[in-house]
Design a protein. Structure first.
Length: 413
């Protein structure tokens, strides 16, 4: 046992000894030599890139070739730091999620130059309610009657507490249309949980990270398995391609174990738009837009950037860069109104959402360059190493064989 402890602490010393390098040697990116002829991109970077293809410097180098100007990566630690960098002119463009983008447009006057594409090539998903085709909701919808009034008391399956398609858009729409009454303080996010369970069911699924029914697939699985009742008493709030994505050509094992025999048994409330063929929905969940501050980034700059991305969209090698660095199959050229549209109006009635987003985008300063991320990461590694060592010794002393049960948590996208 003594030898084991010595070996463990020796390992810990080696791990801890390597941490200063992680803290004080962050990834370095090329800097512009001519600040007046430079595009600066606010980017949430990693402390290291084991896969060199994921390094944002590759995107910067390609944009530099296409735009004929220098391009620099400005490291930020999150959406708040991105907004601050754009607000104070430390960066020209940056990437934000839909909620943060909407708030930055409303409070800072930012604009959208383009947007990342979702997996199917669209710059958005539609927020949809999936139900069993034999449910009273589906029958009412097909008969031209109101299916949403029949949702009260049903078991709702959400993607997460703050998912756009799986929570914010459907809840915002139903609150604004008068189907759902807010329970509790309208400025407190906790009221969202109370509101959902008061209108739908105490058994409604609002999954946290790492739980079985998290994400689009998790929400659909909650409906497909309907473990607490009949399938006709369940609702899955998710995106429009959820059923074909998870139960289509290569269905997950859980798709047809319950009262669902085929994809035809999954019915999207609202039906299909005769013109577009898309499902009529609660609203569109926008992809991550590329933001800029018009105070510093001119219309000419915007057109030059858009032209570069249009070129990248037509080249396989460039599309690989976009996939590797940004995780997107392409970039859609769009503008603020076209991309965000009524998204803010659609979610603003969700209890506590405005306060949450304000806190999200206001919790840093313009001086945040992301260096703290590396410091915190180093501290986390140190803490993890110490805790791991302590647990190992405790378990060794207890002389027990402990098996950890791995839960099949899937589809948390």
């Amino acid at each position: 046992m003594k030898a084991t402890k010595v070996a463990i602490f020796t390992t810990l010393l080696i791990v801890l000894g390597s941490i200063p390098g992680c803290i004080f040697d962050p990834v370095e990116f090329d800097k512009c030599e001519d600040e007046d002829n430079c595009l600066t991109i606010a980017f949430e970077t990693k402390e290291e890139y084991k896969n060199a293809d994921e390094n944002p410097q590759k995107l910067a180098d390609r944009l530099e070739e296409l735009m004929g100007i220098e391009v620099e990566i400005y490291t930020v630690s999150g959406p708040a730091a991105t907004i601050a960098a754009l607000e104070y002119g430390n960066a020209d463009i940056g990437f934000l999620d839909g909620g943060a983008a909407w708030l930055s447009i409303e409070t800072r006057g930012f604009e959208i130059a383009a947007a990342e594409q979702k997996g199917d090539g669209r710059p958005y998903y539609n927020a949809v309610a999936w139900v069993h085709t034999d449910s009273d909701m589906a029958n009412a919808d097909r008969a031209g009657e109101d299916p949403y009034a029949l949702m009260a008391g049903k078991i709702s399956c959400h993607t997460s507490p703050l998912g756009s398609s799986g929570m914010l858009l459907p809840m915002g729409w139903m609150i604004s249309e008068g189907y759902v009454q807010v329970v509790g303080d309208v400025n407190n996010m906790d009221s969202l949980y109370e509101t959902v369970r008061a209108h739908f069911s105490e058994d409604s699924s609002i999954p946290d990270s790492g739980t079985l029914y998290r994400g689009y697939g998790g929400s659909l699985r909650c409906l497909a398995e309907h473990t607490l009742g009949d399938a006709t008493d369940y609702i899955s709030f998710a995106k429009d391609p959820t059923v074909p994505d998870y139960c289509g050509d290569d269905p997950r094992s859980w798709c047809f174990d319950g009262d669902f025999d085929s994809t035809d048994d999954f019915y999207p409330l609202g039906g299909y738009n005769e013109t577009t063929g898309e499902i009529n929905s609660f609203g569109k969940a926008p992809s991550h837009p590329i933001m800029y501050n018009p105070t510093y980034f001119t219309p000419g700059d915007v057109e030059l950037l858009r032209s570069a991305f249009e070129t990248m969209n037509g080249n396989d090698d460039d599309l690989t860069i976009l996939e590797d660095v940004l995780g997107t199959p392409g970039i859609t050229i769009t503008d603020t109104e076209s991309h965000i549209g009524d998204y803010g109006n659609a979610i603003e009635d969700v209890p506590g959402i405005a306060a949450y987003l304000n806190d999200k985008v206001n919790k840093t300063t313009s001086d945040d360059s992301g260096s703290n991320t590396i410091l915190y990461a180093g501290g986390a590694v140190a803490a993890l190493a110490l805790v791991t060592g302590a647990i190992f010794i405790r378990n060794s002393n207890s002389n027990k064989n402990i098996e950890t049960e791995s839960e099949d948590v899937s589809d948390q996208s």
